[in-house]
Design a binder for this molecule. Structure first.
Ligand SMILES: Nc1ncnc2c1ncn2[C@@H]1O[C@H](COP(=O)(O)OP(=O)(O)OP(=O)(O)O)[C@@H](O)[C@H]1O
Length: 268
């Protein structure tokens, strides 16, 4: 990550309201931050703050009410193949009638590659997420963690510049979640990829991030951007036990508690 270089993604004054007229509810208000090449940024905030709305707007899955998102200096006007997305609900994002290999190959459908090349790339992507030997299995024959690995392979087979993940490990058991966090970190490091990940889990955010964007609520705006100076080499035991990890966790937790209290007082 190099914050002195040009941003890979520049989110400028993004606002979003649902509904119209008197019934309109503003969820995002003037969200502005940049993500730099090779950076791992997590977005956290109170429950229901608008984290998923933010990811949908910045990947153009949904139009923002105002503001814009720049990718490598160009304003985004629709979904961009340089950005891949991994959703929380792998059971709904994988095609149950397709094998793991076919699910991954699906991401390459509009590249007009020979079938043999799609097969080769899909198999290679599955190897990269530790699923060699499962290529011909269907999603329902795989554990939740394995299904999410397929979804990650499908997101990475197109070699995106930016990987956007919306609570990707929220429905995964605790042990597998740690493995998938480390898998994501190692894929990000080896490809020098830019990752933006939304999570409810503050420990996960501190463990994975170079910086954490903490959102407030009602409407969501950027409360603080926390730099995580834990170095590049992270380990589920030693990193999480370090003094700095504990301090960062407390700081982020306090920010979220504060914005939750403010939102509650405003609503009262
Ligand atoms: N399509 C929609 N139409 C109207 N309101 C919506 C829509 N999608 C989300 N909302 C509302 O916007 C607010 C933010 O929702 P969003 O899912 O973005 O928050 P979140 O921070 O991701 O939530 P969570 O913490 O539960 O994951 C919520 O009040 C939600 O009810």
């Amino acid at each position: 990550m190099n914050t002195s270089s040009n941003p890979r993604m520049d989110i400028q004054g993004l606002s979003k309201s649902y509904g119209h007229g008197n019934a309109a509810i503003q969820v995002l208000k003037d969200i502005t931050f940049s993500v730099y090449p090779g950076e791992f940024v997590c977005v956290v905030g109170p429950s229901g703050a608008g984290k998923t709305t933010l990811l949908r707007c910045l990947t153009s899955l949904m139009p923002a009410s105002s503001g814009q998102v720049m990718l490598d200096g160009a304003a985004q006007t629709g979904p961009n193949p340089k950005i891949s997305i991994v959703f929380q609900e792998y059971t709904r994002s994988l095609m149950p009638w397709m094998t793991a290999e076919k699910n991954v190959g699906l991401a390459l459908y509009n590249r007009h590659l020979p079938r043999s090349e799609v097969k080769r790339l899909a198999r290679e992507a599955l190897v990269n997420v530790g699923l060699q030997g499962s290529e011909d299995r269907y999603p329902w024959q795989l554990s939740g963690g394995m299904q999410q690995r397929v979804a990650i392979a499908r997101a990475l087979v197109t070699e995106p510049e930016v990987l956007v993940m919306d609570e990707p490990f929220a429905s995964i058991d605790a042990q597998t979640k740690l493995e998938l966090e480390d898998l994501t970190l190692s894929l990000q490091r080896s490809r020098d990829m830019t990752v933006m990940l939304v999570t409810h889990d503050i420990d996960e955010a501190v463990y994975l991030s170079d910086r954490i964007v903490v959102l407030s609520k009602n409407p969501a705006s950027v409360q603080e951007i926390v730099t995580v100076d834990l170095g590049k080499d992270r380990d589920q035991f030693t990193t999480r036990e370090s003094h700095m990890f504990g301090e960062l966790r407390s700081h982020v937790l306090n920010l979220i508690r504060h914005s939750q209290a403010v939102a509650k007082a405003r609503a009262a």
